[in-house]
Unconditional design. Structure first.
Length: 559
């Protein structure tokens, strides 16, 4: 029987709900034009059967395709990786063989610095920026290569890229992909745009001892996000980076090497000791200010930042300073679910300040401060109702009231209390370990993985459930939490060098349960691929008081 060869395949474009016949082997870029260029902004990448691919990727079989521009999380990541590649290439052109690292987000941009601590003058920044612009205007292709990992290791070491060589050597994948642009090679764990000409908006300005890379604003992609000073956040990052440098663990490859050597226990002990030291210092500062009138400690931070465990450990340290802590969770003052405000899409907006019964909270707060006994409510997240469990609290002569919740730093919540009576703490998981010198780890990924594991273990939510609400959580954080973070008296970084190596074992099976046809599978697939870079660290290595126990269980504290 004669075989029939089809020259076309059927594509379904999810952006405009259109079926289209396309020549077999068409690139995503070519298909985008065939389906009528449905996006407002230029596409950066595309989701193909729930897997994000670069626009040079070719289709050989029928596919569902959703094109992604810079206003989507995945498209934005593609843009960011591409501009970082251009920045790294420009630095290499202007300062050949310089060790230049992309450190971490801060001030609505991305802090980068030379490893030799050279002083970066305005003229240096101007030279780098001008070279970046030349690269963009030249529209140089980003060429993707895939080779055996052993060959990639040798290639990176020949180019002096030991951080990348060690990463892929210890991760253990059989093949490795890397990009080449005009003879300059680099490694990224996600796709890039097809060429440098896709980048249309950025800025580069001097910042501290390095530079700040600014990328397009979410709300106005045609211009870079304005720089907002975040001195306290920068110092929180710097403190942890200095510890990592002392330990010789700057990148994930360094961590994997130490795990293979059997040194994980020492790394855990140092990380945990650093956190305990920070908490003890914060308690001592509160005790010093208690003599000057502080009676209320506000603890705030985004989802899964470890606020609850921090609060419990802080209370222990306050007792050693002869203070009596009285802890209250702001979450226990949620409105009953049916009374919760809704967002523009009709979903309950649990991130809103007004999901809290502010009037009732203020009433109990003032009664406690005035020395009255108060029956504190609890919120049952299963039923969505406020309940009472005879949890009665009263302030003593040496008491300090500890209020913990995502809105703790919002002045509207405590405007009845004089500012001099308040001490503010901001808690967040500011991930400082990076995959390599050009691939940092987003703090949101760290927190999302924590939440996926915790929600599955203790709240009965699947990874699909958690991932589906995460964009709304992030949107709420941008509106209700981040604007107040620099108002804190101190900033506590709850991230630990080793934690993603522990989370991997628990997150992988939960993420793998998401079906390929589910919308959330794209994010699950990305996280699984990311976690593969970490060698496993076993849970039994962690102390019972570890902040990570809040998400993994098995600790001394009850939640």
């Amino acid at each position: 029987m004669e075989k029939i060869y089809h020259s076309n395949i059927t594509i379904y474009c999810k952006n405009n709900k259109m079926y289209k016949e396309a020549p077999i082997g068409s690139s995503l870029n070519e298909i985008y034009k065939m389906v009528g260029t449905p996006l407002r902004y230029r596409p950066m990448s595309a989701r193909v059967n729930q897997r994000v691919e670069g626009l040079d990727w070719r289709c050989w079989h029928p596919k569902d395709i959703e094109f992604l521009d810079i206003t989507s999380y995945s498209g934005n990541r593609t843009y960011l990786r591409s501009i970082c590649y251009i920045l790294s290439k420009a630095v290499n052109d202007v300062f050949p063989n310089a060790q230049f690292s992309l450190k971490h987000p801060v001030s609505r941009g991305y802090y980068c610095a030379f490893e030799d601590r050279r002083e970066v003058a305005q003229a240096d920044v101007d030279s780098i920026k001008e070279q970046m612009q030349r690269i963009i205007e030249a529209d140089i292709p980003f060429v993707l290569h895939e080779i055996r990992t052993s060959d990639a290791i040798e290639l990176f070491r020949q180019r002096g890229m030991e951080d990348k060589a060690l990463l892929i050597e210890t991760a253990g994948m059989a093949y490795t992909s890397y990009y080449e642009m005009d003879g300059y090679i680099d490694y990224y764990y996600g796709c890039l745009t097809p060429s440098s000409g896709y980048i249309y908006s950025f800025d580069l300005i001097p910042y501290k001892d390095g530079v700040l890379l600014q990328i397009p604003d979410w709300n106005n992609p045609n211009q870079p996000s304005p720089m907002i000073p975040q001195e306290k956040m920068f110092m929180a990052y710097k403190e942890h980076l200095n510890l990592q440098k002392m330990l010789g663990i700057n990148y994930v490859g360094d961590l994997n090497r130490e795990v293979r050597k059997g040194s994980a226990t020492e790394i855990i002990k140092v990380s945990e000791a650093m956190q305990e030291k920070q908490i003890a210092n914060i308690a001592e500062e509160i005790a010093a200010r208690y003599d000057r009138g502080v009676r209320v400690v506000l603890i705030a931070g985004p989802s899964s930042s470890g606020k609850t465990t921090f609060c419990k450990r802080l209370q222990i340290q306050l007792i050693t300073n002869l203070l009596h802590p009285v802890g209250v969770s702001i979450d226990d003052y949620f409105l009953n679910r049916e009374d919760t405000p809704k967002d523009e899409n009709g979903n309950y907006d649990f991130e809103s300040l007004y999901a809290i019964d502010i009037k009732y909270f203020e009433q109990d707060l003032m009664r406690l401060i005035n020395g009255e006994e108060v029956d504190i409510p609890s919120f049952d997240f299963t039923t969505g109702k406020r309940v009472y469990r005879n949890q009665k609290l009263r302030m003593q002569h040496n008491s300090v009231l500890i209020l913990e919740g995502i809105h703790g730093l919002n002045p509207e919540l405590t405007d009845a209390i004089p500012p001099e009576n308040i001490f503010r703490v901001y808690v967040s998981a500011l991930t400082t370990i990076a995959l390599d010198g050009h691939n940092w780890i987003p703090t949101t990924d760290n927190r999302l993985l924590r939440r996926i594991v915790r929600d599955y273990r203790s709240r009965g939510y699947s990874a699909k459930d958690t991932i589906s609400v995460w964009p709304r959580v992030q949107k709420g954080e941008e509106k209700w939490i981040y604007p107040y973070q620099e108002n804190a008296d101190v900033m506590f970084n709850s991230a630990m060098i080793y934690e993603l190596a522990v989370l991997r074992k628990y997150a992988e099976p939960i993420l793998s349960a998401i079906r390929e046809m589910d919308e959330e599978s794209a994010e699950a697939y990305r996280l699984i691929r990311f976690l593969r870079y970490f060698n496993y660290i076993q849970l039994d290595e962690l102390p019972a008081t570890s902040l990570l126990r809040e998400f993994l269980g098995g600790g001394n504290f009850s939640y």
